[in-house]
Design a protein around this ligand. Structure first.
Ligand SMILES: NC(=O)c1ccc[n+]([C@@H]2O[C@H](COP(=O)([O-])OP(=O)(O)OC[C@H]3O[C@@H](n4cnc5c(N)ncnc54)[C@H](OP(=O)(O)O)[C@@H]3O)[C@@H](O)[C@H]2O)c1
Length: 379
């Protein structure tokens, strides 16, 4: 589906002031109408309210989809959605093209998903409090420009298209590990990356694996023993041996064949968790020094409070029983600190470790992961 951001932007990137457009350019309104008519438009609640103020009804001949978590006054003729995914699902029912019409928060969230930008650039600074996200020249190509002028303003209609991402064929496999405390959103990003690799290079196999790998007694201990500080030595040993099996049976053979291997948790988990249980970090690093080093390790970082909050909200049937580590906030605090310390040590040892801020939208997080992956794959 084509996802097109359509916006009027001042020279200083302003798009709005106190909930309103700072200018009134009728040629721009006409241009907006010509492009969007017949296609669904997606807007945020504040923009919806400004439309109600001007028109008191939806923009005609277009499905008007409003993103909001808490709008109370739902006017007829609009569709309301509470997530980007559901807004796009709705839009798909009406056209294979959707226009994203602001405001600031909506543009920012859809920017990573956009395939095209229809920008009216107004060649003057305006005072304002809402801005358009940066249009990065390495991502966007100016395809069309029409310069215009009226009695008050000079402006241009500019169409940008996303530059095709050229990824050279990869001859060697790549090994990628995801790390972080439970509740950090790691599994979603693992799935996103696997999908991205498959989409970008269909002739490669992607193998997804995780820790614990196949030793069932690890999971039994995690579920049955509720004291987060007990059985540290035993867990470290079980995890490291299980990981050695994973390396011999999954990681090495697939890398040798030039495939991608993505693992949900790897050696950093043992380093961070068992250090939080009281073992010595340096010792845990040394014990695993013979294991292959991932080409990239992503640590999805969230605060302990946020992680606990997310875990509480998750259905037990999805997440599994609460187990020994995740129910204890002090333990999670230590864990986060250990991930930070371990990442610094491993970086000093030459490993590529990227700490990703996990307290953003899933789309923003994945955009950063994708950019790092696409860059590293070229090296
Ligand atoms: N120059 C232009 O082309 C242009 C176009 C449009 C707007 N604007 C300007 O932009 C400004 C408004 O921008 P804004 O950022 O303040 O407001 P906005 O983006 O129009 O609306 C923000 C609201 O949208 C809802 N929302 C956003 N993301 C969501 C998500 N993922 N899921 C569910 N709901 C979500 C939230 O509503 P709830 O609080 O209800 O959850 C949020 O408070 C105004 O000044 C306007 O004039 C300019």
């Amino acid at each position: 589906m084509e996802i097109i951001l359509i916006a009027g932007i001042a020279q200083n990137n302003v798009i709005g002031n106190k909930g309103m457009l700072p200018w009134n350019i009728k040629e721009d309104l006409q241009h907006f109408k010509e492009l969007t008519i017949g296609h669904p438009v997606i807007m945020g609640r504040v923009t919806y309210l400004s439309i109600l103020e001007y028109l008191n009804k939806p923009l005609p001949n277009r499905m008007n989809i409003v993103l909001s978590d808490k709008v109370e006054d739902k006017k007829p003729g609009f569709i309301f959605a509470n997530s980007i995914e559901s807004a796009l699902e709705e839009a798909k029912k009406y056209s294979d093209r959707v226009y994203i019409m602001g405001g600031q928060s909506i543009y920012k969230q859809f920017m990573p998903l956009a395939t095209k930008l229809e920008i009216t650039k107004i060649h003057k600074d305006y005072e304002g409090d809402a801005y358009f996200p940066e249009i990065n020249e390495s991502d966007w190509l100016e395809k069309k420009r029409e310069d215009k002028e009226n009695s008050e303003n000079k402006f241009s209609f500019i169409t940008y298209e996303r530059k095709p991402q050229i990824i050279k064929p990869v001859k060697k496999g790549m090994f990628i590990a995801f790390e972080g405390i439970d509740g950090c959103g790691k599994s979603t990003q693992v799935r996103n990356l696997v999908h991205h690799i498959f989409e970008k290079s269909k002739y490669h196999h992607v193998v997804l694996t995780r820790n614990p790998y196949k030793n069932v007694s690890i999971r039994e201990i995690l579920h049955q023993d509720t004291d987060p500080y007990s059985q540290a030595e035993k867990l470290a040993e079980l995890y490291i041996n299980d990981r050695k099996d994973q390396v011999e049976e999954v990681v090495k053979p697939n890398l040798k064949d030039g495939f991608f291997v993505v693992t949900d948790r790897y050696k950093m988990s043992t380093i961070s968790y068992q250090t939080a249980q009281g073992l010595e970090m340096q010792n845990l690093i040394e014990k695993q020094s013979s294991l292959p080093i991932p080409h990239i390790t992503f640590i999805i970082d969230v605060s302990p409070e946020e992680a606990m909050d997310r875990m509480r909200k998750e259905d037990v049937s999805v997440r599994g029983k609460e187990h020994k580590f995740e129910a204890n906030i002090d333990f999670i605090k230590k864990l986060r600190e250990n991930y930070k310390i371990a990442s610094e040590i491993l970086k000093e040892n030459g490993e590529k470790v990227f700490v990703i801020n996990g307290e953003r939208s899933k789309e923003e997080i994945f955009q950063e992961i994708k950019e790092i992956f696409d860059r590293e794959i070229q090296n």
